[in-house]
Design a protein around this ligand. Structure first.
Ligand code: GDP
Ligand code: MN
Length: 301
């Protein structure tokens, strides 16, 4: 037997607290990545949480696009390393063993009819990622999509301060407004929502294997979408209770995953992937909260 073959970890002593950085709590940032965007990597490197407390985990699809993204991230890692600037605790790169869609054009991947297949593949990818990278020392998991190109540098500290089991930032997008001839912002992610009577009624009428996906005219749920609750003059720390979350920027106490909350690839209360995850966390007794006035920005394709 090799020396030190036996490791003890007291999960009881593993904290996740509002002053995460002072307590030197470890954070695992998880990103499913079909495309490498320099903006994502630059933003990630600007996070001011101590990088020696951060581990990174990526999962790439087994497609040409995935090959390309992997190569580009490897190059970015090499470049940081050569400059002596690669100071994350650990970086894990995974290739998926499950399927992915070939076409990732925005209009194709957002078509209503492909949602169940696409989102269920994404769920499998997210599960592989979290179950292979979560360590006995992980206090927090930050889900950060590969196309989130701008966040406050204090993202982790700001979110941890709320001390919530599951906390989702509001995902917006920068764009040029042709009408006003000005740079502007608009809502992007509609997967952060609070359930409605109408949504529950729709769910009641569905067969066991049918799902509801938010943000489609095909299914008018009248749910309270966090994207619409942004108030530019409001308090950044305003919280709202949610029933569904997206994957853009979500901070999760690692205990929530350890207790078994994952991303259902099958209809779970007629929800899958990140929205199903929120439901599962709630069924496990955890609060799911959103920050309508705390914005992060999605790449504009
Ligand atoms: P959207 O923003 O809702 O349109 O969803 P995206 O297509 O951007 O996907 C969300 C996240 O998953 C992003 O970080 C993508 O890079 C990543 N992604 C998309 N498709 C796949 C896939 O098939 N496999 C993996 N591993 N990641 C993917
Ligand atoms: Mn995206």
């Amino acid at each position: 037997l090799p020396k030190n073959h036996i490791s003890h970890y007291d999960l009881n002593k593993l904290t996740n607290s509002p002053d995460a950085l002072t307590k030197r709590e470890e954070v695992l940032i998880l990103t499913p990545m079909s495309k490498f965007l320099p903006g994502y990597w630059q933003n990630l490197n600007k996070l001011t949480y101590d990088h020696s407390l951060i581990s990174l985990g990526f999962i790439f699809p087994r497609t040409d696009e995935g090959d390309d993204a992997l190569k580009q991230l490897e190059n970015a890692l090499k470049e940081s390393k050569s400059k002596g600037k690669l100071n994350f605790k650990k970086v894990t790169l995974l290739r998926q063993d499950s399927g992915s869609l070939e076409s990732q054009l925005e209009k194709d991947r957002h078509a209503f009819k492909v949602q169940k297949e696409r989102r269920s593949m994404m769920a499998l990818a997210r599960n592989s990622l979290v179950f292979t990278t979560l360590s006995p020392k992980t206090s927090w998991v930050l889900w950060l999509d590969a196309d989130i190109v701008e966040t406050p540098p204090t993202l982790i500290q700001d979110m941890a301060e709320h001390n919530k089991p599951v906390l989702s930032a509001n995902v917006y997008q920068r764009y040029y407004d042709e009408e006003t001839k000005k740079d502007s912002i608009r809502p992007y992610d509609y997967n952060n929502w609070a359930e409605s009577e109408e949504g529950l009624k729709i769910a009641e009428g569905l067969a066991d294997d049918e799902i509801i996906v938010e943000g489609y005219a095909e299914m008018a749920t009248y749910r309270a979408l966090m994207a619409h609750y942004f108030d530019a003059s409001g308090d950044k720390n305003t919280e709202m209770e949610l029933d569904g979350v997206g994957g853009g920027a979500v901070l999760v106490k690692a205990d929530v995953h350890r207790d078994g909350a994952m991303f259902p690839s099958f209809p779970f209360y007629h929800l899958i992937e990140t929205e199903g995850f929120a439901k599962m966390a709630k069924r496990l007794g955890y609060a799911v909260i959103g920050l309508p006035n705390y914005l992060v920005y999605h790449y504009n394709e």
